[in-house]
Design a protein around this ligand. Structure first.
Ligand code: ATP
Length: 451
């Protein structure tokens, strides 16, 4: 495709996506060839390519076709090293100021401008995580190190991490803030080893003021990466530099992570993003509707639709958000208002999928929270009554509320035999009749899980 074609396409993308998204994600793209219906775009990093591919490829393809380019797929290729200048300065892969001076650029992963504190809806399940994130984003003296944020899929960990990084950049532009995923940490480490540039690597990571590593569970089982991470971590803590980590579970629950790393990760503030409750989901939907209205002005949502979605889609916020985006796009395409009928038509598959989709993990979490024990103790081998009873309650709920078989449930409870699960389920069935407290616990837990 020609530069002119690309110029026109960019103009239109700017209009539909808004300046922020455009500058961050579209401007750095370099157009390449179109062969057999596949249009190639050059990107500065793989992560960048993945992000654009996941979030904007439909839009880009649509505009390519509008421009008469015969493309049905996009291919993202890394910008060749020899043409580094093709990566525009407006790229979000910005070099942090301090390291630039030393000639060793610390590149931070792209930050999504939508993932700001302003756009983060706070409710009971995430209030503590939000407060802690806000505190470190002030960039004041380090009070807890590291801040460890964890929670299940799509509950807002990355959102909070990006919000912290962006707020810090705004408040303290001189601070050297490095945000990256654990996968990128490993990738850079391996690359440094391969290119014999370990000293540079160490220098870069030890020169940051704030280190933020997303999805740290990724380094579990990767011994040398863990080792290097441990040393980097210690060096930064010794210098009183803030470290912020996220993971999908608590440090103690990350398998194949060395004990010394686990204990390091726990020595600051560990906060949990709990699964959303109905009120939070409704709040998030209301806030996302406001955003959708910017793209689709004039589209109204009938009363009851958001409440219905908040009730029915309980799995995670990403699914909730996706459902809303689809609903608005669909309504605008068919020119209909967003009412219950359209919602059920358009989201039939999502609604079907979310029916009774309660996971074993969710039950384990809820039950361990309820009885105030650690998830690892519930799943682990200890036989103390204070762990065994909640374990049996969780097994019972898994049997009742999921479609998992007894052997499957056993496996997820630390590899227990199906007869153990059967025994547990039976015991709770008996207690439900004879023990008022257990009956009440079960009722409370069931309601919490269904909300
Ligand atoms: N409290 C919230 N307010 C507004 N949006 C939210 C909230 N929680 C999550 N989201 C949105 O849900 C989506 C998923 O969130 P995010 O990517 O941060 O999840 P995650 O916890 O990092 O999940 P994963 O483990 O899959 O990486 C994002 O679009 C995010 O903006």
């Amino acid at each position: 495709m020609t530069q002119d074609d690309w110029g026109n396409i960019k103009q239109r993308l700017l209009k539909t996506m808004g300046q922020n998204n455009f500058t961050t994600w579209i401007d750095p793209l370099v157009p390449g060839s179109v062969t057999d219906g596949i249009a190639t775009l050059q990107v500065p990093t793989n992560f960048f390519g993945n992000y654009v591919s996941q979030n904007f490829s439909d839009l880009i393809l649509h505009e390519l076709r509008n421009e008469g380019v015969d493309a049905s797929r996009l291919n993202f290729a890394l910008t060749p090293k020899t043409s580094n200048n093709a990566v525009k300065s407006s790229s979000p892969v910005a070099a942090a100021p301090k390291a630039e001076k030393r000639g060793s650029p610390v590149t931070t992963a792209p930050l999504d401008p939508r993932f700001s504190f302003d756009n983060f809806v706070v409710g009971k399940p995430n209030a503590l995580a939000h407060a802690a994130a806000k505190r470190v984003a002030e960039g004041g003296p380090v009070t807890f190190n590291p801040l460890f944020l964890y929670g299940g899929v799509g509950l807002g960990k990355t959102h909070l991490m990006h919000a912290i990084a962006q707020e810090l950049r705004m408040r303290k532009p001189d601070m050297n803030v490095l945000y990256l995923s654990a996968e990128q940490f490993m990738y850079r480490f391996v690359q440094a080893l391969r290119d014999r540039k370990m000293m540079d690597f160490k220098e870069i990571f030890r020169s940051v003021d704030v280190l933020m590593v997303d999805d740290v569970q990724f380094i579990a089982g990767k011994d040398s990466t863990q080792e290097e991470f441990f040393h980097t971590f210690n060096a930064l803590v010794d210098q009183h530099k803030q470290i912020i980590i996220s993971a999908d579970r608590a440090p103690t629950d990350i398998k194949d992570l060395e004990d010394r790393v686990k204990s390091r990760l726990q020595c600051g503030l560990v906060v949990d993003l709990h699964p959303t409750d109905y009120e939070l989901r409704l709040g998030i939907l209301q806030s996302k509707v406001e955003m959708q209205r910017k793209t689709y002005p004039g589209l109204e949502v009938d009363e009851g639709v958001l409440e219905f979605l908040a009730h029915r889609i309980t799995s995670n916020v990403r699914v909730l958000e996706g459902a809303l985006t689809r609903l608005f796009a669909f309504a605008s395409l068919v020119g209909r208002e967003i009412n219950m009928e359209l919602t059920q038509d358009c989201l039939a598959d999502v609604l079907r999928d979310s029916e009774r989709k309660i996971s074993v993990e969710e039950i384990q979490r809820k039950v361990s929270d309820h009885y105030n024990i650690r998830l690892s103790d519930m799943i682990g081998p200890k036989r103390l009554r204070s762990y065994a009873r909640p374990r049996q309650v969780a097994m019972y709920l898994c049997k009742q509320m999921t479609s998992r078989s007894l052997p499957e449930i056993g496996r997820r409870f630390g590899g227990r035999d199906h007869t153990t699960v059967m025994h547990g389920v039976k015991r709770i069935e008996e207690l439900k009749v004879s023990d008022g407290q257990i009956a009440e616990d079960l009722e409370l837990l069931r309601r919490a899980l269904e909300s």
